[in-house]
Design a protein around this ligand. Structure first.
Ligand SMILES: O=C(O)CCC(=O)C(=O)O
Length: 414
């Protein structure tokens, strides 16, 4: 049974200010039907009109390739998410409201982000008050399940020899990435950053709340269980049957726990700006000081969370990267930027930072130059961070349930 919320509407201060301007712009783009539904939503307090508006905006987001979607339709979509969520909130349907607000955060424009965030905070707060007052059967039931069920957290124990069997050929036989404990910023700058050399920095995240909290499934379910997240399903993003899905964090955690690795492959919450979306989780991590070396700007923080067996195929990124291993462990192989041609990058623009070489199944006939290349590799253990210089090729395989955070930053101009 759902609980009715006390107040009627979700407050939307930004939307209230920009609404008429937004509708004018949408009209100028020919979105008459959308504007009419939107007006009916607010004037007649009509949930069907709100849902129809949401559907129309959704269609616009899917009318062509993502980069050609007009930004105004992303704002329209976020506006409709706020409208629909407001009705659901009034009806006490908090889960559905959170779902649609998350969709607004993930697919909508930036203009109404603050309203979406505040609405999520308000609903989460209302929900937790109801739970602690014991007046919402549905949430109580779920809570009980978490307390009594099979949610004992992640196991980090593992047999390294067994793990090696699943790694690409020649793993750990070439050059192992150096590990430094308590590396000073100056040494990081002089010995690794300036010379574009990967390094593992140990003992540097034990003070993060995440290093304890994220091992606790109850905690993750409580702070994020009802939130919707995009996940990848399949062997890896280069495979044909790979797909993306939107599921709740609770559903995702269940898949991680059951470790469904059978076809089409594991479910991976990969390269998602989870900490922009779920502020409670953002509080559990700190940006490492190393990311300010070089005087540039932090570009993005991404979550990489999944069961054992996720693979991010060989690719490179344009930024400096610190990959922090908060839970579990991963195997990582690195090739310098200078040997790019020997790794047969895809020629299509979308994939030109990915290699055609499948390290899990290297075809020596097709890719002869890739067979005897020197590389660096390592097993990145819980509590360690790996510095990956810009343009270095990297292949990553999780060896256990694993939750990592990547921090990408650019270099300053001077
Ligand atoms: O952890 C992974 O699976 C991939 C990480 C990665 O590619 C990155 O941080 O750039």
């Amino acid at each position: 049974m759902a609980a009715k919320s006390n107040s009627n509407h979700l407050p939307t201060p930004i939307l209230d200010t920009v609404r008429s301007n937004l509708l004018e712009k949408i009209t100028n783009e020919g979105g008459y039907a959308y504007v009419s539904m939107n007006t009916r939503t607010t004037e007649a307090d009509d949930i069907r009109a709100a849902e129809a508006g949401l559907e129309m905006a959704w269609e616009q987001l899917h009318s062509g390739p993502w980069h050609s979607v007009l930004p105004i339709w992303r704002d329209a979509y976020a506006m409709s998410c706020l409208h629909v969520a407001s009705f659901q909130y009034r009806n006490g349907d908090f889960k559905e409201a959170l779902k649609v607000l998350d969709m607004g955060l993930i697919m909508g424009g930036n203009l109404l982000r603050q309203d979406l965030d505040s609405a999520i905070n308000l609903i989460s707060l209302t929900k937790s008050r109801i739970i602690s007052n014991g007046s919402n059967d549905e949430y109580l039931e779920e809570r009980k399940m978490m307390e009594t069920g099979n949610f004992n957290g992640f196991s980090s124990s593992s047999n390294v020899a067994e793990m090696l069997e699943v790694l690409p050929n020649k793993s750990l036989s070439c050059k192992i990435v150096e590990t430094k404990s308590s590396l000073s910023l100056e040494s990081f700058l002089c010995d690794y950053f300036l010379s574009s050399t990967p390094v593992i920095i140990s003992d540097s995240i034990s003070h993060w709340p995440a290093s304890k909290k994220w091992k606790d499934i109850d905690y993750l379910k409580t702070v994020a269980g009802d939130r919707t997240v995009p996940v990848e399903v399949g062997k890896n993003y280069l495979c044909q049957d790979w797909k993306q899905e939107m599921i709740t964090f609770s559903q995702f955690l269940e898949r991680v726990q059951s470790n469904e690795c059978c076809p089409p492959g594991p479910t991976y919450l990969a390269q998602h700006p989870l900490f922009e979306q779920i502020q409670e989780l953002r509080k559990d991590i700190l940006v490492p000081d190393y990311c300010f070396v070089g005087g540039g700007e932090l570009r993005s923080l991404n979550a990489w969370f999944g069961p054992a067996g996720t693979v991010t195929p060989l690719h490179h990124d344009p930024h400096h990267n610190i990959l922090a291993q908060v839970v579990g462990r991963k195997y990582i192989r690195l090739y310098p930027a200078s040997i790019s041609e020997d790794l047969y990058p895809f020629t299509e623009t979308m994939l030109c930072n990915s290699s055609q070489v499948d390290l899990d199944n290297l075809d020596a006939k097709e890719f002869p130059k890739a067979t005897n290349l020197d590389f660096m590799d390592c097993i990145l253990d819980e509590g360690q961070m790996l510095y990956i210089p810009p343009k270095w090729w990297h292949y990553v395989r999780s060896l256990t349930t694993s939750f990592s955070v990547s921090f990408w930053w650019s270099e300053g101009n001077s």
